[in-house]
Design a protein around this ligand. Structure first.
Ligand code: FE2
Length: 378
């Protein structure tokens, strides 16, 4: 797969990825063989570059292939893969060459901004608010006095890439849920930082256990459960996190009925930010593909979350979380219970029952309650 500038496209090129406009609506779908008219259409919509299926597209000069900023940054980090070092103060200096810091920050910014675009229903004011706070968090993280915190994120990325991406997702989803709960910008920032580091203690769990395909035994479960406590002690003296952020790390596996860990806290004894991160954590984990199971559809994940509201999770937080996120982002391609497949073209009226473009027809699932979405294809 290669990213090619639209100015260098040729008739006969085959799209490897669907092309969306700036509102996330599909312009051309994956597998399309481009004609001159298609190329003009892409120019008209000011699309800068597209991904091509290299094997089925005409050959081209290397110079016509462009790289998006994130790909450049990923290249730098790939070169630094040898930096999979256990934490020690000497290693921090090795980890933190300016090049690696800059690349990490660039990727983090792009991942977070992409997620903001898809996790918030169309036209919500939340997009700008969460975007501004994320920029503040990332700007601060790139400052010299936060190098220690940044080094932990770099190590987490090198240790377990899934947990790293999951942490960025939980940061965004927690903040989206925090707005309707009435948190101000300072609180949202503390919550976001805590959520970004919530699983930092996973670096203390052997990687074979984190990636195990079979069921964990009792000893392995005990080791996994130590991650919140170990993460808390790792970040306890870190100046980037305040007490609220540290509470997220320590308490995000506590349950409102007192059956969680590490301290079996109950109800009001659990910090509100930890309760918010707990909902975002479970939702993102269930909707992600894992070595031991397939991803769940967003509707299934929300059903599950509702089923444990009141016992494990706070009811009010679950309700506001479910109303705030966009389980079916604009432009996503979904499959329905009647076999129908289509693109999400509107998710503002009811984010859980969006309007689909199915061939030439628009199907509003908010008026067709006998049809449910069973999977997000991409
Ligand atoms: Fe966790």
């Amino acid at each position: 797969m290669r990213c090619v500038s639209v100015s260098n496209l040729k008739p006969g090129d085959v799209l490897e990825e669907s092309v969306l406009d700036n509102k996330g609506r599909p312009l051309l779908t994956k597998g399309n063989i481009l004609t001159q008219r298609h190329i003009e259409y892409l120019r008209k919509y000011r699309i800068e570059s597209v991904y091509l299926d290299e094997q089925n597209s005409p050959l081209r000069e290397e110079s016509s292939i462009c790289r998006r900023p994130c790909e450049k940054a990923m290249g730098i980090l790939h070169e630094s893969a040898y930096l999979d070092l256990p934490y020690s103060s000497e290693n921090v200096e090795i980890l933190l060459t300016q090049r690696i810091c800059d690349a990490t920050i660039a990727i983090l910014r792009e991942m977070a901004n992409n997620l903001i675009q898809v996790s918030i229903p169309q036209k919500r004011d939340y997009t700008r608010q969460v975007g501004q706070i994320v920029e503040e968090i990332i700007d601060e993280l790139s400052q010299p006095h936060c190098r220690n915190s940044l080094s932990f994120l770099i190590q987490l990325k090198n240790y377990d890439f899934y947990t790293y991406t999951h942490s960025v997702n939980v940061m965004i989803l927690s903040m989206v849920a925090g707005i309707p709960l009435g948190l101000n910008n300072n609180s949202l920032k503390s919550l976001g930082i805590g959520a970004l580091f919530h699983d930092i203690g996973k670096m203390s769990v052997p990687i074979q256990i984190l990636n195990k395909r079979k069921q964990l035994n009792a000893e392995e479960i005990t080791q996994v459960k130590m991650h919140s406590l170990k993460g808390y002690y790792r970040m306890k003296e870190d100046g980037f996190l305040d007490q609220n952020g540290k509470a997220v790390i320590l308490q995000h596996h506590e349950k409102v009925d007192g059956t969680g860990y590490p301290n079996k806290r109950k109800g009001k004894d659990i910090h509100e930010f930890a309760k918010i991160a707990a909902v975002a954590d479970i939702y993102d984990a269930l909707t992600s593909e894992r070595p031991h199971r397939n991803h769940w559809a967003p509707s299934e994940a929300l059903e599950y979350i509702y089923s444990i509201a009141g016992s494990h999770l706070e009811v009010d937080i679950v309700t506001k979380f479910a109303r705030s996120i966009a389980p079916y982002p604009l432009g996503s391609f979904v499959q329905c219970s009647n076999g129908m497949k289509g693109y999400v073209v509107d998710n503002i009226i009811n984010p859980h029952r969006p309007v689909l473009q199915v061939g030439k027809n628009r199907i509003d699932l908010n008026t067709k309650f006998n049809i449910t979405i069973t999977d997000i294809m991409f």
